[in-house]
Design a protein around this ligand. Structure first.
Ligand code: GDP
Ligand code: MN
Length: 410
């Protein structure tokens, strides 16, 4: 799960990580009063979207205008910039061409930047350790630094048993070329940020840029958090920061129904119980020359409601022109799945071929429910049979539409 920059900074603040003062604003008036409250003479007005590259981004319809991060010198200018950005679509390298509508702004006190650095933390799967990454190339995308000048990325892996130690932080601070009191400021920053990462069950924290100010302070000018979804139940306060308007609507709906759904680019929707079987189903669809439209695991204890929701999710994807339901009923009963499929197919005007392969507990009952429904459901006896049938049916539709070649055909 992602959160906004202003929320990330609020979390960091709780762990005594140095961040500038700021406030969120939903209207130009709120932005102006936030600036007044913050005081000073320079403010930064920042678009809040779940994507990076805002500074270098451009607003749709205004290619020559400024980006999504603006430095201003008066409260009136804060209001004016807020008016220009709110409700507009910001396009950045990370949003894709469609861009994202800016619905919130963050107004922050300006600071005098001496150096822009990079600090990242993530879980390195190879070592199973939280790994700190730092670089002198602040403001640049770390992927770019890794590709062009990998030697500029310093890495320190932390042993989870002993946790972070001051020498880890100092090693990074010296590696970044910091001196004098900057070293202790950076060390404090890194130790606290690590604590935030570990205690909040983050999967990624990125501070880009991490800046050294003219006064020698070390503060986070930008902050990105990503959380391990499997640990969110331990952090209801973080879960409540979720901004569903920033998430893929299908994946957000899946989350609400407890479904594991990942949208893909193909045309064959899949509904499967169990992640391993779902992977195998996608593989076999490809083996028979089709392309899966999604990964969808309805889980072991799915209810009729959940199956109906899953079905609707698949059909909401306009690319889908065939569905393969593949259920091995162990804990899950085939008759429950069958009822869900029939209910959903009735509710939504089913216009694409539907192939169902059921096996396991109550399989005969399940098959009977499908048969007696009167719906045009193609029943399959085993996995290969199911894949072959659905790919064939989809190809027939595409041929009828004039698209003779199906993607991935061989
Ligand atoms: P991103 O483009 O989405 O990564 O957004 P950032 O928060 O990183 O902002 C982009 C750039 O704006 C930063 O690299 C800074 O150079 C600049 N910037 C952000 N905040 C401030 C600030 O408080 N003062 C000044 N002078 N520049 C800032
Ligand atoms: Mn940034």
């Amino acid at each position: 799960m992602n959160i906004h920059e202003y929320q990330a900074k609020e979390l960091l603040r709780r762990f005594d990580v140095a961040v500038p003062r700021g406030a969120v604003a939903f209207t130009p008036e709120e932005a102006a009063s936030a600036a007044r409250k913050i005081g000073g003479s320079t403010w930064v007005v920042k678009s809040q979207i779940h994507a990076g590259g805002r500074g270098a981004g451009r607003f749709a319809g205004d290619p020559d205008g400024e980006g999504g991060v603006r430095v201003v010198k008066s409260v009136d200018a804060v209001r004016a910039q807020a008016e220009q950005m709110l409700g507009k679509v910001l396009v950045t390298k990370q949003t894709g061409e469609a861009g994202r509508e800016v619905k919130r702004l963050y107004v922050e006190e300006g600071c005098e930047i001496a150096r822009e650095l990079y600090l990242g933390m993530l879980i390195d799967r190879a070592t199973s350790r939280i790994t700190l990454m730092a670089s002198t190339e602040g403001g640049m995308e770390i992927e770019e630094v890794a590709a062009r000048t990998p030697e500029k990325i310093l890495k320190v892996a932390i042993d989870p048993a002993s946790g972070i130690q001051p020498f880890h932080a100092r090693r990074l601070a010296f590696g970044l070329g910091l001196t004098g009191k900057q070293v202790s400021a950076a060390s404090r920053f890194i130790l606290s940020a690590y604590r935030a990462f570990a205690e909040l069950d983050a999967s990624v924290v990125e501070i880009n840029p991490l800046v050294v100010t003219r006064a020698g302070d070390v503060i986070a000018l930008d902050a990105k958090f990503n959380f391990d979804d499997n640990a969110l139940y331990r952090h209801p306060d973080i879960e409540s920061l979720r901004d569903e308007t920033e998430e893929d609507p299908a994946e957000a709906a899946a989350g609400r129904h407890g479904l594991n759904y990942v949208k893909l680019d193909g045309s064959i929707g899949c509904m499967v119980n169990g992640a391993g079987l779902a992977m195998a189903t996608m593989d076999i669809i490809k083996l028979y020359g089709g392309e899966p439209a999604n990964f969808l695991d309805v889980g072991g204890g799915a209810t009729k409601e959940r199956v109906t929701a899953a079905f609707r999710l698949i059909l909401d994807d306009p690319k889908v022109n065939g569905i393969l339901v593949n259920i091995f009923g162990g804990i899950m009963r085939c008759d429950v799945i069958a009822e869900g499929v029939v209910a959903a197919a009735r509710e939504i005007d089913l216009t694409v071929p539907l192939v169902v392969r059921l096996e396991g507990t109550n399989v005969e009952l399940g098959k009977a429910i499908l048969r007696d429904s009167g719906l045009p459901i193609l029943s399959a006896d085993h996995l290969a049979d199911a894949a072959e049938k659905v790919v064939k049916a989809v190809k027939a539709i595409k041929a009828a539409q004039g698209h003779v070649q199906i993607q991935g055909e061989h």
